[in-house]
Design a protein around this ligand. Structure first.
Ligand code: FRU
Length: 525
C-alpha cells in the first residue's frame, strides 16, 4: 500500500480506500488491538454499512484485514446493515458460542433493516428499524458468524419508548465483575436517554435502568460508553465516566458533532451522575457548560477498548464531523481515526476532570528531534526549523506578567512564507483559552463552517506554565492542553507547498518558552 496521497495520514489509521466512520468493537485480545469500523466496501461516501477491520500490536502500525461483517445483501439489495457496536471476549464461554475450549469473541451491534422482512429467527422487522444483534468469532476476531437463530436479541426499545424503534442504537457491552454480569448501554437517540441492560449469557438481556437527558442534549445521543476510572489514581475511589456523542450539538463554536462526558457512579444496574458535573465555559462570557471530551470539530463516536487490565482505558474516535464528513477532499479514502488516547480522572480546580494522553507509540517513528528554549520570544513571528508535515511537538511558556507581556502566544504550522496558508495553535492569556485556528489552513471551501477557530478553557499550571502538545499529521492536528485536561482535534487540508513553522507572540513578548519536537516518519509501507 502506498500511503502518500496529499492529505493521507502517516501515523493515524485510514483504510486504504473507501468511506469510514465510527470505531467499533475495540478489543485487546491475545496481544492484538482490534479496530473495527463503520465502512462502505463500495465507495467514498456513507452506505452499505459493514464492519471493516484492522489490527495492531502497538497502536501505531495497523494492518487492514478483510471486512469482518459485510452488509447483508451486498452488493445487491441490502437487507441489513451493521451499525456501531462493541466486542468482548467471553473467556468463560457464558454465551456457549465457544467450542473445544476456544474463547469466543462476541460482538453486539445495531442491525439496521432498510426493508420490512421476516428474519431467519422468525422475528419480523420494519423497514427503517434499528435493533440490537450479536455475532461471534471463533478465530480471534478475523471471521464472524451472526447469531441468526435469535437475532435481533433486543428487537425494540421497551415501553414507554416503543415508538423510538428508528433511533435505538450503538450498544456498548462490557463485563461487570462485581455483579458477574454483562452490561449493555444503548442509546434512545432522539430522547437523549441511555438504557442499561444486563445479561448472564450475552443472548438474553434484561432492562435494568435508564439515564438521561442530562447536560448537553443537542441533536441526538449516539455511541455511548461507561467506563470505571480511579479518581487521582486512588483505586478505593472509583468513578464511572459516561462518554456520549451528540450530533449535531457539539461544543460551543463547533457546528455538527461532539462528544461529552459525565462523571458519576455505577453499581451494576444504575448510572448516577455526580452533582454539579459542569465545566468552565470556553468563553469567559458563557456560564459553565457540559464537559467536552474534545473542544475541536473533529472528534466523534469515541469508543473505548475492552480487554485491557481493569481500570485501564484507551479511546479511539473518528476524526471527522457529520457536518462535512461526506465532502472532505480526500480520495480514495474518507476519514481517519484519532490517535489512541489513554484516559484517566484527576481532580483539577475541585472537579473530577477527564485527562487524555496520546498513547500510540509514535516515538518509534521518530526520525529527528528538535529542542530549543528561549528566555524571551520577542513580539512578532519567528521561523523555527520545523518545516515538517508530521510532528509530535510540545510547546510550553509562561503566563506570568513578569516574563510575558503578550496577549497571545503559539505556533503556526503548515505555513506558506507569506502566511496565506497557516494553521495557528496558541493560547489567549486574557481569556485563558487554548485555540486552534484553521480558517486559513488550506482547502476550506468544501463546507461553509469549516474555516473557524476553536477554543478550550485552560488554566495555566500552578507555576504559571502553559503546555500544549500537538500531534500534526498530513491532514490533522490533535492538541492536548496542560496535562491533557482539554483537547482540540481538527482536520486540515493544507497544500504541500506550505510546510513552514513559526512561533508567534502577539501584543508583546513571551517568556520561558521551550519547544520539544519529534519529527515523525510514516507508519505505512
Ligand atoms: C454515529 C452513527 C451511529 C450509527 C452509525 C451508522 O456516527 O450515526 O449512531 O450506529 O453512525 O454508521
Amino acid at each position: 500500500q502506498t500511503y502518500n496521497e496529499i492529505y493521507r495520514p502517516q501515523y493515524h489509521f485510514t483504510p486504504g480506500k473507501n468511506w469510514m466512520n465510527d470505531p467499533n468493537g475495540l478489543v485487546f485480545h491475545n496481544g492484538v488491538y482490534h479496530l473495527y469500523y463503520q465502512y462502505n466496501p463500495d465507495g467514498n461516501t456513507w452506505g452499505n454499512i459493514s464492519w471493516g477491520h484492522a489490527t495492531s500490536t502497538n497502536l501505531t502500525h495497523w494492518t487492514e484485514h478483510p471486512v469482518a461483517l459485510l452488509a447483508r445483501g451486498y452488493p445487491g439489495e441490502l437487507t441489513e446493515a451493521f451499525f456501531t457496536g462493541t466486542v468482548v471476549a467471553d473467556p468463560q464461554n457464558t454465551s456457549g458460542f465457544g467450542t473445544n475450549g476456544t474463547v469466543p469473541l462476541v460482538a453486539m451491534y445495531t442491525s439496521y433493516y432498510p426493508t420490512s422482512q421476516t428474519l431467519p429467527s422468525g422475528k419480523s422487522v420494519t423497514g427503517g428499524q434499528q435493533a440490537q444483534s450479536i455475532a461471534y468469532s471463533l478465530d480471534d476476531g478475523y471471521t464472524w458468524t451472526t447469531y441468526d437463530a435469535a437475532n435481533p436479541v433486543i428487537p425494540t426499545p421497551p415501553a414507554p419508548y416503543e415508538d423510538q424503534w428508528r433511533d435505538f442504537r450503538d450498544p456498548f457491552i462490557f463485563w461487570h465483575d462485581a455483579t458477574k454480569k454483562w452490561i449493555s448501554v444503548i442509546s434512545v437517540s432522539q430522547l437523549h436517554k441511555l438504557l442499561i441492560y444486563t445479561s448472564s449469557n450475552l443472548k438474553q438481556w434484561t432492562l435494568a435502568s435508564e439515564f438521561g437527558p442530562l447536560n448537553a442534549v443537542g441533536g441526538v445521543w449516539e455511541c455511548p460508553s461507561i467506563v470505571p476510572l480511579p479518581l487521582d489514581g486512588d483505586e478505593t475511589n472509583i468513578k464511572w465516566v459516561a462518554q456520549i456523542g451528540l450530533n449535531p450539538g457539539g461544543p460551543p463554536g463547533v457546528t455538527g458533532s461532539g462528544t461529552q462526558y459525565i462523571v458519576g457512579t455505577f453499581d451494576g444496574t444504575r448510572f448516577v451522575a455526580d452533582p454539579d458535573p459542569l465545566s468552565p465555559a470556553p468563553t469567559s462570557t458563557e456560564p459553565h457548560g457540559p464537559n467536552w471530551m474534545d473542544y475541536g470539530p473533529d472528534f466523534y463516536a469515541a469508543a473505548t477498548f475492552n480487554g485491557l487490565p481493569y481500570l485501564s482505558h484507551l479511546n479511539i474516535a473518528w476524526v471527522n464531523n457529520w457536518q462535512y464528513a461526506g465532502v472532505i477532499p480526500t480520495a480514495p479514502w474518507r476519514s481517519m481515526m484519532s490517535i489512541a488516547r489513554r484516559i484517566s480522572l484527576k481532580t483539577i480546580g475541585g472537579r473530577a476532570v477527564l485527562i487524555q494522553q496520546p498513547m500510540a507509540d509514535v516515538a518509534s517513528l521518530q526520525t529527528k528531534t528538535y529542542s530549543s528554549s528561549f528566555a524571551t520570544v520577542a513580539e512578532g513571528n519567528q521561523l523555527i526549523p520545523l518545516s515538517e508535515k508530521t510532528l509530535d511537538v510540545t510547546v510550553s511558556f509562561s503566563d506570568r506578567a513578569a516574563v510575558s507581556s503578550s496577549s497571545q502566544f503559539g505556533i503556526i504550522l503548515r505555513a506558506t512564507s507569506d502566511l496565506a496558508q497557516q494553521t495557528r495553535i496558541g493560547y489567549d492569556f486574557s481569556t485563558k483559552r487554548l485555540f486552534v485556528d484553521r480558517s486559513k489552513s488550506g482547502n476550506i471551501s468544501f463546507d461553509g463552517t469549516f474555516a473557524s477557530t476553536y477554543y478550550a478553557p485552560l488554566e495555566p499550571a500552578s507555576d504559571g506554565k502553559v503546555t500544549m502538545r500537538i500531534l500534526l499529521d498530513w491532514s490533522s492536528v490533535e492538541v492536548f492542553g496542560g496535562q491533557g485536561e482539554v483537547a482540540i482535534s481538527a482536520q486540515i487540508f493544507p497544500e504541500d507547498n506550505g510546510i513552514d513553522a513559526q512561533l508567534f507572540s502577539s501584543g508583546g513578548s513571551t517568556g520561558d518558552v521551550t519547544i520539544d519536537a519529534k519529527i515523525l516518519g510514516s507508519a505505512w509501507g
